[in-house]
Design a protein around this ligand. Structure first.
Ligand SMILES: Nc1nc2c(c(=O)[nH]1)N[C@H]1C(S)=C(S)[C@@H](COP(=O)(O)OP(=O)(O)OC[C@H]3O[C@@H](n4cnc5c(=O)[nH]c(N)nc54)[C@H](O)[C@@H]3O)O[C@H]1N2
Ligand SMILES: Nc1nc2c(c(=O)[nH]1)N[C@H]1C(S)=C(S)[C@@H](COP(=O)(O)OP(=O)(O)OC[C@H]3O[C@@H](n4cnc5c(=O)[nH]c(N)nc54)[C@H](O)[C@@H]3O)O[C@H]1N2
Ligand SMILES: [Mo]
Length: 762
């Protein structure tokens, strides 16, 4: 019930916008006046809400419909779909769930359903799916993320917690006042800071960086891409080989140690295990000193530059920024552990503007000064099924029922999955080695997907349940990551027969006799109000006043005031480590971890080390001489709205651009704008060529997000996950390693046009 005097408002992971509607259609979005640096991504939704790729009715893959579960799984992705009524779709889903549960048990249902879906406290697709499945006996789930799995697992062993420290990053306000040197491993690509999970009110990253720069902070961009630092920062560029940051950090640490630049008092009081690490650093344990010269040879940087940087870091108030991308490489645990160790050696952890910080610029909210409020979440219930996988091990699981995998001190057994259900994520976007995933994906009997557009995931399903977008339902955005709470108005009626995820599950629950357990007697509107009221009461206990629900609806948005005291990471620990110990076994920073060492993993020992990655320039050959980094797309969030106007405007002949250094282009006789084929032993994709010296020679860069459009093992559209290796970071975290990837590139004048624009309906 919005106030007629205000305009329609929406919020998303990429920002808040006013919505213009005419004749029941969204005609445009207007930037939110509170946002000093609005993102263009939002405008990508205009025109695609009701375009030919919109899924307007439930649909079933032909082979599955005519021959039943398990029929021709290998035709997923190529079969046509037949539209059916909701009545028929609900009947088919309920019967199939019953069959799988009864014959195989609930662990045979895989519903990790990883992905970003849309912002909104209530209409969160995964939460709805998981609650529904918990009402019928549970499912096999997944743990950790594609974003930073290696950090999620290793960092708690080192400093007791990862997510808590991520959320309490020293704020940009503090950095502007105190930081003298910002050393950014993985750079500070502002294009990624467009995003904030669960809703974004105002974009602060650019302002934060410029304020620090204006106050004299020097930035060092350590990245294969010069464009990872805003031009105006005048950053120094250390163009290292990708996947070698751990070696560089060890080289820096060696200089600090051997030149007497370590803060011994800090190491003694706040850390354990430094001496065992130091023995590795000096080469006492393996005969190889990890000197600046040693690091220079691995990273392909001048050793003098490494020595000078270490001295500068010791001399100044230094923030060590570690991008998430460093986890998405082979042995991605190591750069995180090494960076924390390096910061400990500098002794500035817990001081304003010093220490370390995770993912500045990966998200708008890292470094955004705000209060941490305990908002209520949609209750998912209890999952009685105990089996789970590390999220990026999905292909292994599907290929290898009954097989085992090591993970963080456990040995897990893969269940025999018969039914896969995805709502709010896109594995044909996010997973590595998609051609291998596609083959493994053929094995389950049934794949059910809730989607709103005919993307690569919907095309690889058996039963497609059409869901609404955020603009077709009422919700609120309310996340402790952002100070703005906004309404998310229903701007237009659901397109075609699309239903909210909640309504989809409610309908199936009714067929299975569990509707009351699923809804607890509340309508969707009741739930939204309930979530807000519960949150309002919870924050009131901490002294924060929020308007009543009806007032919020009238106003449209509210901003929670920033805390009185600015945020400095680990300030309390520094003030008194006995009174505020870390949640590690020792209560201190564990530079050596007995727990990790005790697991006995050859690929993740008890302290930070350099381990050669599976694929990197140190191992390149004539078949795959170039290192491919597949970064986040500037024009969208992952695969979302890839078919929209903002994403399409950045295409070259309808394909994703690939950026290459002029020397590498000349060596191959390639010219800007032409279509190229990127390939290695795992697969291939086509792309449009951009030539620029903002990537280092030997490295090529492509954004993720192009909808996978396979012609055999070649993606016509430019999806880099046809090329990336599917292997865990280590036995510790089993995280994805997309950024460790070698390829070759050649001209492709005869590449067939992408076909992903045509809906796969019979
Ligand atoms: N090569 C390579 N691969 C990568 C990465 C990389 O750096 N390189 N990065 C990785 C990272 S960090 C991540 S987080 C993943 C991201 O991977 P995902 O999060 O899986 O990607 P999205 O495209 O955001 O998927 C969200 C899906 O939800 C759908 N959706 C949106 N709203 C709704 C809704 O209300 N209901 C339902 N049911 N569906 C909805 C969208 O249409 C979309 O298909 O990708 C990973 N993959
Ligand atoms: N516009 C937009 N923003 C996004 C997203 C999106 O899809 N679109 N996705 C969001 C999500 S889910 C996440 S998790 C974050 C991810 O945030 P990040 O992980 O930080 O993002 P990436 O773009 O993968 O990598 C950042 C930079 O790291 C550099 N890099 C790659 N490999 C190496 C290396 O080995 N060493 C060094 N030093 N640098 C390297 C690349 O040049 C790249 O530009 O981004 C978020 N922001
Ligand atoms: Mo992510």
């Amino acid at each position: 019930m919005k106030d007629e005097s205000r305009d329609l408002l929406t919020n998303s992971h990429w920002g808040t916008y006013w919505v213009d509607v005419a004749d029941g259609r969204v005609t445009g979005l207007r930037d939110f006046e509170q946002d000093p640096d609005p993102s263009p991504i939002g405008h990508g939704v205009v025109d695609v809400l009701d375009d030919p790729l919109r899924i307007t009715r439930p649909a079933v893959r032909q082979s599955w419909l005519y021959h039943g579960p398990g029929a021709h799984g290998d035709r997923r992705g190529s079969d046509r779909f037949v539209s059916v009524s909701w009545d028929e779709a609900e009947r088919l889903v309920a019967a199939e769930l019953d069959r799988v549960k009864t014959q195989y048990g609930n662990q045979a249902i895989y519903a990790g359903s990883y992905g970003w879906a849309s912002a909104g406290r209530f209409h969160h697709a995964q939460g709805q799916l998981k609650r529904f499945l918990n009402c019928i006996g549970g499912y096999t789930g997944s743990v950790n993320t594609y974003s930073y799995a290696a950090a999620e697992v290793v960092v708690p062993h080192v400093i007791g917690d990862f997510l808590g420290h991520l959320e309490r990053a020293t704020s940009w306000d503090v950095l502007a006042d105190h930081c003298q040197l910002f050393v950014a491993f993985g750079g500070l690509p502002l294009s990624n800071g467009q995003i904030g999970q669960g809703g974004t009110g105002a974009h602060v990253q650019k302002g934060g960086m410029l304020a620090a720069h204006a106050n004299g902070c020097r930035f060092v961009n350590i990245s294969p891409q010069r464009s990872d630092a805003l031009e105006a920062l005048g950053a120094d560029w250390l163009a290292l080989r990708p996947s070698t940051d751990a070696a560089l950090m060890l080289g820096l640490a060696h200089v600090l140690l051997t030149e007497g630049l370590c803060d011994r008092a800090f190491l003694d009081r706040y850390t354990t295990g430094f001496d065992r690490f130091a023995a590795y650093l000096t080469g006492a344990t393996d005969g190889t000193p990890k000197s600046a010269d040693w690091a220079a040879a691995i990273c392909d940087l001048p050793s003098d530059q490494i020595r000078q940087l270490a001295r500068d870091m010791a001399k100044h108030r230094t923030m060590i920024g570690i991008s998430y991308s460093l986890t998405r490489q082979d042995h991605g645990e190591q750069p995180y552990w090494a960076a924390i160790t390096l910061a400990a050696m500098l002794g500035q952890i817990g001081l304003p503007g010093g220490g370390f910080g995770f993912g500045y610029s990966a998200m708008n909210n890292n470094g955004l000064e705000r209060r941490y409020l305990p908002y209520a979440a949609f209750p998912q219930g209890q999952n009685p099924v105990k089996s789970y996988i590390p999220v990026a091990r999905i292909t292994d699981m599907l290929e290898n029922p009954g097989g085992t995998v090591d993970y963080n001190g456990h040995r897990l057994t893969y269940p025999d999955v018969k039914l896969v259900w995805w709502a709010g994520g896109n594995p044909f976007h996010h997973h590595q080695d998609l051609n291998r995933l596609r083959r493994a994906w053929a094995r389950p009997d049934t794949v059910i997907v809730n989607e709103w557009c005919w993307n690569s995931l919907a095309r690889h399903a058996d039963i497609v349940l059409p869901c609404t977008t955020a603009l077709e339902r009422d919700d609120i955005a309310m996340t402790r990551k952002d100070p703005y709470i906004t309404v998310m108005d229903r701007a237009i009626a659901p397109v075609g027969e699309a239903r909210d995820d909640h309504a989809i599950f409610r309908g199936i629950a009714a067929r299975m006799g569990i509707e009351d357990a699923f809804t607890e007697g509340r309508s969707a509107d009741d739930w939204v109000r309930w979530l807000y009221d519960m949150s309002r009461q919870a924050v009131a206990r901490g002294g924060v006043e929020l308007p009543g629900f009806d007032d919020l609806k009238r106003q449209g948005w509210v901003k929670v005031a920033a805390p009185a005291k600015p945020t400095i990471l680990m300030e309390r620990f520094r003030s008194d480590p006995d009174k505020h110990p870390l949640k590690t076994p020792s209560g201190r920073i564990e530079i050596f971890s007995d727990t990790v060492a005790g697991f006995g993993y050859d690929d993740c020992p008890g302290h930070p080390v350099w381990l050669e990655p599976l694929e990197w320039l140190g191992k390149s050959d004539d078949k795959a001489p170039l290192h491919l980094i597949s970064t986040q797309p500037k024009t969208k969030l992952h695969s979302q709205m890839d078919h929209g106007p903002v994403s399409r405007a950045a295409r070259i002949d309808g394909r994703e651009p690939l950026t290459m250094h002029p020397d590498d282009a000349t060596a191959r006789g390639l010219t800007a704008g032409q279509t190229v084929r990127i390939f290695n032993a795992g697969g291939a994709c086509y792309a449009g060529l951009v030539i620029s010296d903002h990537v280092r020679p030997g490295v090529v860069q492509i954004a993720t997000g192009a909808w996978y459009d396979p012609d055999g093992d070649t993606c016509l559209h430019g999806n880099p996950n046809t090329l990336t290796p599917d292997k865990g970071t280590s036995k510790l975290a089993q995280g994805p390693i997309a950024h460790s990837c070698l390829v070759q590139v050649e001209a492709a004048p005869d590449a067939p046009a992408p076909r992903i624009d045509t809906p796969p309906l019979a």
